[in-house]
Design a protein around this ligand. Structure first.
Ligand code: MG
Ligand code: ZN
Length: 223
């Protein structure tokens, strides 16, 4: 009998539970004066490179640490640790996005009293990290030139919801069929407000503008 069927929407329940945890986590970080930035992109867009470049720019002004999410390796955390900042690697063991519970575990491994700015490198994909609140104050989406200018058409949700955008690898613009103006038009249709930075983590071009903007956001009082 159809009337005996109980339907449980697991996905909604999990998302709601995660949202509650993330809200609590964010409030806890606010109390400690820590600003959490979540970096999202496809694999290979340059999240780790951008984090390293940003550390170089801001390490004199803030005490920085990094939580790296990866399915199964610690290479990114090792690279970040070479910068001399505390780095924690979360191996998700197959899960394709970070949850607030995973970030909590990462926080347990850091000394939060001596921290102002925390970077979170999410698992490389443009889909499910978007729906999973990590407790971050700022969600940054990266796209690199070789990936193509059509990404806003294919993955509208991340372009609708991120707080800031970075186009990385501008040093290879001449070699790829990436039309920066088409990309901006497509992106602006989904998100008219969020700032967009054009950078090359390889040459360092544009990293200063992005870092200066981020510095302003970290210092701005929490809203
Ligand atoms: Mg990486
Ligand atoms: Zn996922």
């Amino acid at each position: 009998m159809m009337s005996d069927v109980t339907l449980i929407n697991i996905k909604e329940e999990i998302l709601a539970e995660n949202k509650g945890r993330a809200t609590k986590l964010r409030a806890g970080l606010d109390d400690k004066g820590i600003f959490l930035v979540n970096f999202m992109s496809s694999p290979g867009s340059g999240k780790t490179s951008l984090i390293v470049r940003t550390i170089e720019q801001l390490r004199d002004q803030f005490r920085i640490a990094v939580i790296e999410g990866d399915v199964d390796s610690a290479v990114d955390a090792e690279r970040v640790a070479e910068e001399g900042v505390p780095a924690v690697q979360i191996k998700t063991g197959g899960s394709c996005h970070l949850t607030a519970a995973m970030v909590e575990k990462g926080l347990d491994a850091l000394s939060l009293e001596s921290l102002d700015l925390l970077f979170l490198e999410n698992i490389g994909n443009l889909i499910c990290p978007v729906g999973s609140d990590t407790g971050a104050h700022l969600n940054v989406a990266l796209l690199s030139v070789p990936e193509g200018d059509d990404k806003p058409l294919k993955y509208p949700k991340i372009f609708k919801t991120a707080d800031a955008f970075i186009v990385n690898k501008t040093d290879v613009l001449d070699y790829f069929d990436f039309d920066l103006e088409s990309f901006k038009r497509r992106m602006r249709r989904l998100n008219p407000e969020a700032p967009l930075f054009e950078v090359s983590c390889k040459t360092g071009e544009g990293v200063d503008l992005w870092s200066r903007w981020l510095r302003g956001r970290v210092r701005a009082p929490a809203s």
